[in-house]
Design a protein around this ligand. Structure first.
Ligand SMILES: [Zn+2]
Length: 49
């Protein structure tokens, strides 16, 4: 399983920082790529408000 930054599609490193854009990615901006379920990244949480 890979953790992606939903904002840019980059992959998160172990520090929780996006390897592509360099931002620290919060839980609300994470997406999980689950190849056995879907080709599309899965959002962990819906935006609030
Ligand atoms: Zn990013």
């Amino acid at each position: 399983m890979r953790t992606l930054h939903s904002g840019c599609g980059g992959e998160l490193n172990v520090a929780g920082t996006c390897d592509t854009c360099g931002k620290t990615v919060g839980r609300e901006d994470e997406a999980w790529l689950l190849p056995w379920l879907s080709q599309e990244p899965v959002r962990l949480a819906m935006p609030t408000g």
